[in-house]
Design a protein around this ligand. Sequence first.
Ligand code: TXA
Ligand code: MG
Length: 335
Amino acid sequence: MTHSVAVPIVRVDPRHPDPALLAPAAAALRAGELVGFPTETVYGLGASALDERAAARIFAAKRRPSHHPLIVHVLDAARAQELASEWPVLAQTLSAAFWPGPLTLVVPKREHVPDLVTAGLPSVALRAPAHPVARALLSAAGIPIAAPSANRYQSVSPTTAGHVERSLGLDALAWLIDGGPTTVGIESTVVDLTGERPVLLRPGGLEASAIEAITGPLARVESVEEDRARASPGLAARHYSPDASVELVERASLTVRARMGVGRVGVILRGGGELDGIDHLLELPEDPREYARLLYAALHTLDELGCARILIERLPDTPDWAALRDRLSRAATPG
Ligand code: TXA
Ligand code: MG
């Protein structure tokens, strides 16, 4: 029997990460290797954003098609500008207002950003993460870090180091940094600043209304040209999906739907409640931020419990639930 060498998992204090613990992972990044690390949104699969071969390892590890661009993580707006050929006034305003935090800005790229990182696009997606561990790693590495969510292509993003291990495996990683569960729980909001009007490409951890208080109404992706939308794979109809099939169902219909179909059934409620005949019943909070923090862990859990079907109570139709409605509609199985 053969045993693979265990990937070092480094446990760090999420609030006060010890730089000495992160130094080997930072060196691995500089050497072109992959490192799993926490951000405030979800765990990232990091590689040097300036090294095309390192970026190629990300695509291979995720089994992600190479036409899907990566988000590049930087410490701040000054570092971001080193990667941008233009820095629009709105990039300045929005980064000043919301960085570090769960906001990604798409701006024209400089030539030295490898084409593979941006999937051949003339633009690059930039984000300064707020998580102290991500920031300490960026400081120690001294390079921008390209990092998609650390999961297999199209599956649910990881919000714990355990999810990374389960969804991606450890074989491709030089290091996995465990900074505990992430606090935002869904991916960053992505805003495209390359056109005349800013476009909300992906709703996410930063509420669109907070951005619109500064920019005025953002264009929605439904209303932009198809090629611009296609450039943003987070918009793919099926994405963020667990292994189980997912259905969005009104509370009143949950019991009936659960009895239809075969296999173990998991149900995710919003708020408390009793339901009969459900194999696994999970309750998520009624506050959208708290719901977001816990949603992916709930999906990972129901997958691990072997559910063939997951029924999720429909979410309210209000703006504060928009990012979660977006994720669940993409997690849901078409048809
Ligand atoms: O919260 C997050 O954003 C996480 C953490 C790790 O930072 N990262 C993440 O990365 O979600 P990923 O690769 O799963 O999502 C990247 C998103 C895609 O939806 C992609 O469409 C968009 O960013 N994107 C990246 N570069 C782009 C570009 N040049 N133009 C348009 N969209 C871009
Ligand atoms: Mg992803």
